[in-house]
Design a protein. Structure first.
Length: 287
């Protein structure tokens, strides 16, 4: 469905010239690129220290990494060069949605706070407002069960640009908690069934060019609580355990959901039917 790339590659930003061919190839293929934040304790919180303390590098550092990577893509004019490039930002887009005011009116004044370089020509060269480029990105729902964060991301990116992810199995329960809490938050949002289905699976099929049809029935824990999409892989290989009759579908946080195949699977299509609230974690998680 996509490739995954970290927010920096051995300390190099993703707008470095040597990475351009990767992004150009993905735009040509029409497949999305997933940004995963990369930062360790070796990034100190203050210049006078050698390491980050209290796991600040993870809690606040990762959202910063994702946001900084978006900014480098925008201001290097990569989205002017590759307007059809699709990039999915992990953790609901990092810091960007919450700081819409800074990204918008703040960066409309790019250069006003900088004395060592003149950014005014760059601002004129961009074909759009900086804010409009940031809204071209996609985001996932991996907010660790935070409703406020997800509402913020949906407000910023829009329903069409938000895709389901849970970040399992990295929770105190080893996987079920983040899946359960993410489903709870999404199902509790005031939105139409159609919009909820877009988040759960339809949006994921669109940027990856997977044709999709759905059977009647609710998504998530509403109504019958059963997920009943028919996913047509359009010639793409699907990891399948024939003996256990299970299909392993990656969610957008690169973990795997273990979904039992329905006995009504039909020729040329893969019919999925399972209780959303009891999706087990696959033992072969990529971590």
């Amino acid at each position: 469905m996509r490739i995954q790339i970290y927010s920096n590659v051995n300390g190099k930003p993703l707008d470095a010239p040597e990475f351009r061919p990767v992004f150009k190839a993905m735009e040509l293929l029409g497949k999305p690129v997933g940004f995963i934040p990369a930062r360790t304790a070796s990034f100190p919180d203050y210049q006078t220290e050698e390491q980050s303390l209290y796991e600040i590098w993870w809690t606040f550092g990762w959202p910063y990494e994702s946001s900084a990577a978006q900014a480098r893509i925008v201001f290097s004019k990569m989205l002017d060069e590759m307007p059809n490039l699709k990039i999915i930002i992990h953790h609901a887009g990092g810091m960007t949605p919450f700081f819409e005011g800074r990204v918008g009116p703040g960066w409309d004044q790019l250069g006003a706070r900088t004395s060592f370089r003149d950014y005014k020509p760059l601002l004129k060269e961009l074909k759009k407002r900086p804010l409009d480029y940031f809204k071209m990105f996609y985001a996932d729902t991996a907010t660790f069960g935070s409703k406020a964060a997800l509402v913020c991301a949906l407000s910023f990116y829009g329903i069409e640009h938000v895709l389901f992810a849970s970040d399992a199995p990295f929770d105190p329960e080893g996987g079920p908690m983040y899946i359960r809490e993410t489903l709870r938050v999404i199902d509790g949002l005031d939105m139409s069934k159609e919009d909820r289905e877009k988040i759960y699976f339809k949006n994921a099929c669109r940027p990856a060019r997977y044709p999709l049809r759905t059977e009647p029935g609710a998504i998530g824990n509403t109504g019958s609580g059963r997920i009943t999409p028919k996913l047509i892989p359009a010639g793409r290989p699907v990891v399948r355990n024939i003996n256990e009759h299970r299909l392993y579908l990656p969610d957008l946080s690169t973990r795997y959901l273990n979904i039992s195949l329905s006995s009504t699977a039909c020729e040329g299509e893969i019919c999925i039917s399972t209780m959303a609230s009891t999706i087990p974690r696959c033992s072969s998680s990529t971590g």
